[in-house]
Design a protein around this ligand. Structure first.
Ligand code: CUA
Length: 189
């Protein structure tokens, strides 16, 4: 019995160090190295890091300022003014139909859709005859979202609801006709 316990003891000492023990050895080894040398190294590393930070800031700042000066939103807002008179269509979403102030516009002139809702949130999607989405915005109660679009091609465009709004959501659609008429003053070819 005594012999057994002795062997146990010896086995424990011959085992390799566990992970925490290994880290402790490394830590002690680092601490025991000349303290001043270690501090000088740390100081130099900090200095390099600070220089790297300022260099990065110098590099990034002009790029950020340049990218901010050319926001696309501004260009979009300017476009209609150069395209002549703006045609306005008031659009109100209802469960489950669209009410439009009128449904005929001229091609080549900017149309401003003023979109709202009488009940819940709807999504206004405008599709051309190939059922390709050409413009979209949300119809929300209490808000008027302005969506500007210039229809270049004549034809019938579909207004569909793009936001699930209840039982008959899928059948919520309207049409607008894009056609040149004599009454429109801005019909330049
Ligand atoms: Cu309205 Cu979906």
């Amino acid at each position: 019995m005594r012999k057994g316990s002795h062997m146990d003891h010896g086995d424990r000492f011959s085992q390799p160090p566990s992970a925490p023990q290994a880290w402790l050895f490394v830590f002690v080894a680092l601490r025991s190295g000349t303290e001043t040398e270690y501090q000088a190294l740390t100081k130099r590393a900090y200095r390099v890091r600070a220089m790297f930070f300022w260099a990065l800031l110098l590099l990034v700042t002009p790029v950020m300022l340049y990218s901010m000066s050319d926001l696309p939103y501004d260009a979009q807002g300017d476009a209609p003014r150069s395209r002549g008179a703006t045609q306005v269509i008031e659009v109100v979403g209802h469960q489950w139909h669209w009410r439009l102030s009128h449904d005929q516009v001229a091609p080549g002139q900017t149309v401003e859709f003023r979109v709202s809702s009488a009940d819940v949130n709807h999504g206004l999607g405008i599709y051309d005859r190939d059922m390709k989405l050409v413009a979209q915005t949300m119809a929300m109660p209490g808000y008027v979202n302005r969506l500007r679009h210039t229809f270049e091609r004549e034809g019938v465009y579909k207004l569909l609801c793009m936001e699930y709004c209840g039982l008959v959501h899928h059948a919520m659609f309207a049409e607008i006709r894009v056609a040149a008429t004599d009454k429109q003053p801005g019909n330049t070819p």
